[in-house]
Design a protein around this ligand. Sequence first.
Ligand SMILES: CC(C)(COP(=O)(O)OP(=O)(O)OC[C@H]1O[C@@H](n2cnc3c(N)ncnc32)[C@H](O)[C@@H]1OP(=O)(O)O)[C@@H](O)C(=O)NCCC(=O)NCCS
Length: 188
Amino acid sequence: MERLDTERLHLRPFVADDAEGIFEAVYGDPVVCQHFCGITWSLSEVEQWCSFHHFDTRYGDLGYLAVTRRSDNRILGLVGLRPYVATWIVWQDDPHARHARMEMELTYALGQEYQGQGYASEACNAVIGYAFRYLRLLRLAYTVNVQNIGSWRLMKRLGFRFQRNLRPEAWDSVIGILDNHLLDGDDA
Ligand SMILES: CC(C)(COP(=O)(O)OP(=O)(O)OC[C@H]1O[C@@H](n2cnc3c(N)ncnc32)[C@H](O)[C@@H]1OP(=O)(O)O)[C@@H](O)C(=O)NCCC(=O)NCCS
């Protein structure tokens, strides 16, 4: 995966030394974790996570990138692309499907002190550009908890449209979809 630079940020694969930074910003903070990974993780779990996920983005097209600030190299959070099997979604446009769809989610989390400054929008726009221009993915689609207002607002800023998840017991009741309009009219 490419390393991505934006005006204020450098997005790059995680390395083992990032464990403390991403633990402090994201995985050790129950507020940030609430709608992201559910529970907080221990520092040693985060160390293993960093080492494991290094290889996804170092050698592959998909995975997590560390969001670092160019001015001081601080780790602000993470952003990434993750494939998943959408077994917990019943789509409005195909409610009786007997198969589960393979979809791609945009994932993101910032430390609380780095929120409200446009960093998530900046990082996500760079990853969307990579996903749509370079990987030529058809779309991004994933569920979000209706109470996760920060994520909702971000998705709206990024241009996502929304559908209800028709699965009644789903805790993630809203589906956000971002179509790749760069492919419109492209028969390839
Ligand atoms: C989702 C999440 C990343 C959104 O973060 P965020 O800080 O709200 O989003 P941004 O970084 O794009 O910042 C946008 C805000 O910064 C403001 N801002 C300030 N300076 C700015 C600048 N220079 N450029 C752009 N926006 C700026 C914007 O006006 C906007 O504020 P508003 O929401 O009050 O309108 C954050 O809430 C989070 O980490 N949540 C926990 C993890 C999580 O739930 N992940 C998603 C699971 S589905």
